[in-house]
Write a protein that binds this ligand. Structure first.
Ligand SMILES: NC(=O)c1ccc[n+]([C@@H]2O[C@H](COP(=O)([O-])OP(=O)(O)OC[C@H]3O[C@@H](n4cnc5c(N)ncnc54)[C@H](OP(=O)(O)O)[C@@H]3O)[C@@H](O)[C@H]2O)c1
Length: 159
């Protein structure tokens, strides 16, 4: 294990699948971790508290993606943010606002706190579903899925 860095890093949606691994790895590397969860008292956060280093260096803060103030409090004083919190569901009605406005709020809070780096976990679904692109092409930030194609084929969208 590398020596403690004492740098503070925020992980949004800390109890989620990807976030839990990020929290574990950050603690192993000696970071001080501030994880956001919607309900810090929920037993589904217990696995985080049992991680090595959690007692000394993990704080769970209550924050909702649609509550900018709660995000500002969680992110204030952080060097970095891993933004993984998102409703992972097939219903666009319920998903869009927290996903889009929530990400915007995280970016606003990170900018206000002068965070050095934000890492955002998107999905291959956002970039890959384009019938006009060869499957052999390596996708990058210039590639976006074709919304109409996704709707027509019901890929990732249930109506
Ligand atoms: N899992 C994968 O293989 C994979 C692959 C590629 C990309 N991704 C992307 O990575 C991100 C995380 O995926 P995941 O699999 O880790 O999802 P997950 O296990 O469902 O975790 C998502 C977390 O988001 C939180 N959340 C949902 N709505 C929220 C809101 N309104 N305010 C605050 N927190 C909220 C949930 O917190 P609560 O505990 O409060 O409910 C939950 O812990 C998603 O954007 C997903 O598309 C995942």
């Amino acid at each position: 294990m590398s020596p403690a860095t004492n740098q503070v890093v925020c992980v949004t949606g800390a109890a989620g699948f990807i976030a839990s691994w990020i929290v574990k790895l950050l603690l192993e590397k000696g970071y001080v971790v501030r994880g956001t969860v919607r309900n810090p008292d929920d037993s589904k956060n217990n696995h985080l508290r049992e991680l090595e280093g959690a007692k000394e260096r993990l704080t769970l803060c209550k924050a909702d993606l649609l509550d900018l103030e709660s995000l500002c409090e969680a992110i204030s004083g952080c060097e970095g943010v891993f933004h993984t919190a998102s409703p992972v569901i097939d219903d666009p009605e319920q998903m869009m606002e927290p996903a889009v406005m929530g990400t915007r709020n995280v970016m606003v809070a990170a900018a206000e706190a002068k965070v050095r780096r934000v890492v955002f976990t998107s999905s291959v679904g956002a970039v890959y579903m384009d019938p006009n692109r060869s499957p052999d092409v390596v996708v990058d930030e210039s590639c976006w899925s074709d919304l109409q194609f996704c709707k027509n084929t019901k890929l990732f969208i249930e109506e």
